[in-house]
Design a protein around this ligand. Structure first.
Ligand SMILES: [Zn+2]
Length: 100
């Protein structure tokens, strides 16, 4: 879910934003805020939908990304957190799983 830009001054003189948590040298305008957590690039916890699909998962809600990064040609890349994806293949419950 996107939230409104919330810039604040850090102790070290830099600016940050409680929404995107990015570090800025000067007070950032809302235009610089993606409205969700901003990260450097994909990592173990945050991956794009395509990256998750390769691993056998898909985002629970494709329209609700958890993080973003600024890619080339001013495009944002969107990432989904590990706990917001589910397995692509639905395995039927094994008969042996049920308690006797
Ligand atoms: Zn922000």
């Amino acid at each position: 879910m996107r939230r409104k830009h919330q810039p604040y001054r850090r102790n070290d003189g830099f600016w940050s934003c409680s929404v995107c948590k990015w570090k800025f040298a000067s007070k950032p305008s809302a235009d610089n805020c993606p409205g969700i957590l901003r990260i450097e690039c994909a990592n173990d916890e945050y991956k794009t939908a395509a990256q998750w699909r390769k691993l056998g998962f898909e985002p629970v809600d494709i329209g609700d990304a958890d993080a973003t990064s600024h890619g080339h040609s001013s495009k944002w890349h969107y990432y989904y957190r590990r706990d917001h994806v589910r397995g692509l293949t639905k395995r039927a419950p094994d008969a042996g799983d049920s308690a006797q």
